[in-house]
Design a protein. Structure first.
Length: 107
């Protein structure tokens, strides 16, 4: 009946779920001398965390495996990139030529 409280069966009722993985579609790629390769884009889903191992895929095929060295959002360094955030990911062990716009970084 409409006046009774509904049970909390909604999985999001207790707040946001904790994602252990996430994905970012690469919008642009930069090489920073002495630091590494930075891939920018919007986080599609989940969360990406500094120190997290990730893979770069192109057309469903893995291109290279890397580790996130840093996350920057609006010129501020953070540790976590959440869904919908436009961020730059500093990738360790990746050359500029290995990442292209349109690639997907998943972790």
């Amino acid at each position: 009946m409409f006046w009774r409280k509904k049970r909390k069966t909604d999985p999001f009722a207790n707040g946001r779920p904790e994602f252990t993985s996430g994905a970012l579609t690469v919008k642009s790629v930069f090489a920073i001398t002495g630091r590494g390769t930075v891939a920018t884009g919007i986080v599609d889903y989940g969360r990406l965390v500094t120190g997290q191992p990730v893979t770069v895929t192109r057309y469903g095929q893995m291109v290279v495996a890397a580790t996130i060295d840093g996350v920057e959002q609006f010129r501020a360094t953070t540790d976590v990139a959440e869904t919908g955030a436009e961020v730059g990911l500093l990738l360790r062990g990746v050359e500029r030529s290995q990442v292209q716009p349109g690639d997907v970084i998943t972790g």
